[in-house]
Write a protein that binds this ligand. Structure first.
Ligand code: SGN
Ligand code: CA
Length: 535
């Protein structure tokens, strides 16, 4: 009897101890962090001063690196808008999630990380550019631009129908985001906020407050502005994204149609980039851009190809970078809001772009190629109390990794078929856990605008091997250490024969790992035929 009593007392004591302890554990467990995912459209790393301050100062975006981590070797798997977004949301390569290009629809049976976050109790919202052609799943609220959206007076698709807002798109996307944070955030739950800018996408219309400052600037010329594409396969030469040959004076450089006519220039015709402006916005634009037209009219007769190239490059940079000034200011508004509301401490902030962009390197604008400037994407992450401020990471990470990273941050187990790796070990400087030694790339949108041929490839820290296919069968190899500007294709150089072989072996392994194959590539070509996009 006595023994039973002692045992019972002991059990109750033990139960109380465990109950107390588990209560403490629950109480001590940190709240799941909020996640702010900021992404711009076509924002080249060369145009973020945390990476390179030759072109522009972006103090607010830089703050994310200063308070967190700058990834110097982040790349995309398919350098084009909607496919990149599909990779980010699904954690799967394009050939698996099916969104290979901007044209084909996104298969909404794909599981996306916001859906999983919402299921796990996160409040979710998306504002800005998605570019899918269908509404995003897994969001409590969204206000998204249809397709590419407009810089001035944009229309947004929302759950309640369309709405058109007067003003400048970058400011408006931020207003909508702050409005949601102020008025509809559920303070009892963590949130996922996707804040997605349209800028600096073509046709590069800055906000009025930046017209004067940026149109007066002159920018340093990239070393490869006059690249003649020798040593490369036909793909580089036949691409239609050369600033001199393919950038449109009217549409891109904002030369007035009457000036083009008067100078008898044979210019391509695209739609009027200013057509959405109202009369007062147009008047403010004209006040600054009409004098530029006058100067061009006077200068053009004595220009040759090289001076015209430089003029177009400068005009391109003035407008492209002008749009980034507004992105930077607005990122500052959001970061300040998080600080003011004491949210920063428990919020992870990611800044990235849907891909990189050519700012005159190889004579180009646009993206699509696996060459450095469009393959690489900016990636800056701050996570107070976890990431050591002002750290840099040089590992080969990809947008493919974002879904699993965010799921781990939120304590959600990722589906087994996601193909990336969580970046959390890198954020925590737990480097021995990171094993990746090659990344995979595959671009499909051809024949299409800018005529960049289909290609796939792998990159290691030392080399890059690319295979162009479909109406071409050519290979390229770059020695990334000796030739970081990628102007010397050494695929046919006997000195690199061994490297070519070992990179091909590696490529086969990587393609197998990610389940890509020639059969799949042929299937996607058949799809173009079926849709009547090719014969
Ligand atoms: C538009 C642009 C192209 C750009 C694609 C894809 N032309 O079609 O220059 O490559 O978008 O960009 S434009 O005449 O409409 O400006 S993406 O970022 O959406 O993939
Ligand atoms: Ca883009």
């Amino acid at each position: 009897m006595k023994r039973v009593f002692t045992y019972s007392v002991f059990s109750i004591f033990l139960f109380l101890l465990i109950a107390c302890d588990s209560h403490n554990t629950v109480r001590q467990q940190p709240k799941r962090p909020n996640i702010v995912f900021i992404m711009s459209d076509d924002h080249a790393y060369q145009a973020i001063s945390a990476y390179d301050d030759k072109l522009i100062h972006t103090p607010n975006i830089d703050r994310i690196a200063k308070e967190g981590m700058l990834f110097t070797n982040a790349t995309v798997t398919n350098s084009i808008c909607a496919p990149s977004r599909a990779v980010i949301l699904t954690g799967k390569h394009s050939h698996i999630n099916g969104k290979i290009d901007n044209l084909s629809p996104f298969d909404t049976t794909n599981v996306t990380f916001p859906q999983l976050l919402k299921k796990s109790g996160y409040q979710t919202a998306m504002f800005g550019k998605l570019h899918f052609g269908n509404n995003p799943k897994g969001f409590d609220e969204f206000k998204i631009l249809p397709g590419q959206g407009d810089y001035y007076n944009p229309t947004f698709n929302t759950l309640e129908g369309d709405t058109t807002i007067t003003g400048y798109v970058t400011d408006i996307i931020t207003d909508l985001t702050l409005d949601w944070l102020q008025k509809r955030r559920d303070t009892s739950r963590p949130f996922l906020l996707m804040y997605l800018h349209k800028a600096p996408h073509r046709s590069w219309l800055p906000a009025e407050r930046h017209y004067k400052e940026f149109t007066q600037k002159t920018f340093p010329l990239p070393e490869t502005l006059f690249d003649d594409y020798t040593t490369r396969s036909k793909a580089a030469e036949t691409a239609e994204m050369n600033i001199l040959k393919h950038m449109v004076l009217n549409y891109d450089n904002k030369v007035l149609p009457e000036v083009i006519k008067e100078l008898q220039i044979d210019d391509q015709k695209l739609f009027n980039p200013l057509e959405k402006m109202n009369p007062s916005q147009k008047a403010a634009w004209d006040a600054v851009y009409n004098p530029i037209n006058e100067d061009f009219k006077n200068a053009f007769p004595s220009m040759n190809d090289s001076t015209l190239m430089v003029w177009k490059y400068q005009r391109y940079m003035q407008d492209y970078l002008g749009t980034i000034a507004a992105v930077d200011e607005n990122v500052g508004r959001l970061l300040n809001y998080l600080d003011d509301e004491k949210l920063s401490d428990n919020t992870i902030v990611v800044y990235t772009s849907d891909q990189g962009f050519y700012l005159g390197e190889h004579g180009w604008f646009d993206k699509r190629f696996m060459y450095n400037e469009s393959f690489k994407t900016p990636l800056l992450i701050k996570w107070p109390n976890v990431i050591t401020p002002s750290t840099k990471d040089h590992e080969m990470v990809q947008n493919l990794d974002f879904a699993q990273t965010i799921l781990e941050v939120a304590g959600v187990i990722p589906p087994k078929d996601m193909q990336g790796e969580s970046l959390v070990p890198l954020l925590k400087r737990n480097k021995q856990k990171w094993k990746r030694d090659a990344v995979y790339y595959h671009y499909y949108e051809y024949p299409a605008e800018h005529a960049v041929k289909r290609h796939y490839g792998i990159a290691t820290k030392e080399y890059k091997l690319i295979h162009f296919y479909y109406d071409i069968d050519e290979w390229e190899l770059y020695d990334r250490k000796k030739d970081p500007k990628e102007i010397n294709n050494v695929y046919h150089d006997p000195e690199y024969a061994q490297i070519v072989n070992s990179m091909k072996v590696k490529m086969t392994e990587v393609r197998k790992k990610y389940k890509d194959s020639d059969e799949l590539s042929n299937g996607y070509i058949e799809l173009y035929k079926k849709n009547g996009w090719i014969d």
